[in-house]
Ligand binder design. Sequence first.
Ligand code: A3P
Length: 306
Amino acid sequence: MCKKMEGMSVDIPEGAVCRSELKTVEGVALVDTTADNYDAISKFQARPDDLLIATYPKAGTTWIQEIVDMIYNEGDEEKCKRAPVFIRFPFIDLWPSVLIPPGIVHAERTPSPRIIKTHFPFQLVPKSFWEQNCKVIYVARNAKDTVVSFYYFDKMNRGQPDPGTWEEYFLNFLQGNVSWGSWFDHVRGFWDKKDKHRILYLFYEDMKENPEREIRKVITFLEKDLPDSVVNKIVHHTSFLVMKENPMANYSTLPKAVFDQSTSVFMRKGQVGDWKNHFTVAQNEEFDEVYKEKMSGTSLRFRTVL
Ligand code: A3P
């Protein structure tokens, strides 16, 4: 029997988590539990010193969370290992979740300064973040690697809708018929607003190319001053290989009933260009055609190889 659960239980039996259906809110596809509770989520009260980490799924959310936590803790990795990533950073979109209470309740119980995660597109972010003039870090990743990463994630995350075959998923992604909606609208939405609010807009590809340079941008944005030795520690601690082995960052503490990492590990490849191992020539042509249309008129540019 498939049953949705709330609360802090860590003993999640096989079959306790069921795959969601998609519903729309203001035309954006969301998992049903988020859509059903969106009214309450939208009333969430941000505090002025909240930092919002906003991403389309699979853009490098966990990576930037770890970077920010290391900055807040001045390079003390033991402090950053105080709890798994999903406990350290409330994820306000979730309702209900299995191991932790609904995201907004989790956030309310978290002491300031809070680092809050969302995958909502700009227009669905609770308004109080803008009213409070909160800082926001947005990370964007090229669409081709995102769809591949998202496909594997949806296979292993048993709370997500069933992704179906790769061919089906590919088309659903292009149509925005996946959780949190259209990648195109998401990256464009924050890009268009980045100069009207305190938004630092980063790219996964830049972070791969030169993590130290991008980490320094984050440090400046957060108005911190850290010595080179601490910056070097942050670069090391947040590298793919170190995070892959860190149980507080790699989601391995979530039970298999939630994240079945025997299907695909959360820290999967961490590369730019893995899409080439998945796209057929025909899919690539189709993707490029849709991309051209959906991205027309924007100055936003992505790299799909380094
Ligand atoms: P892949 O599936 O391509 O490997 P999110 O945290 O937004 O869900 O994103 C997860 C993606 O970011 C995964 O991509 C994961 O491997 C990658 N990732 C996580 N930490 C990373 C790091 N330190 N360096 C590079 N990629 C990282």
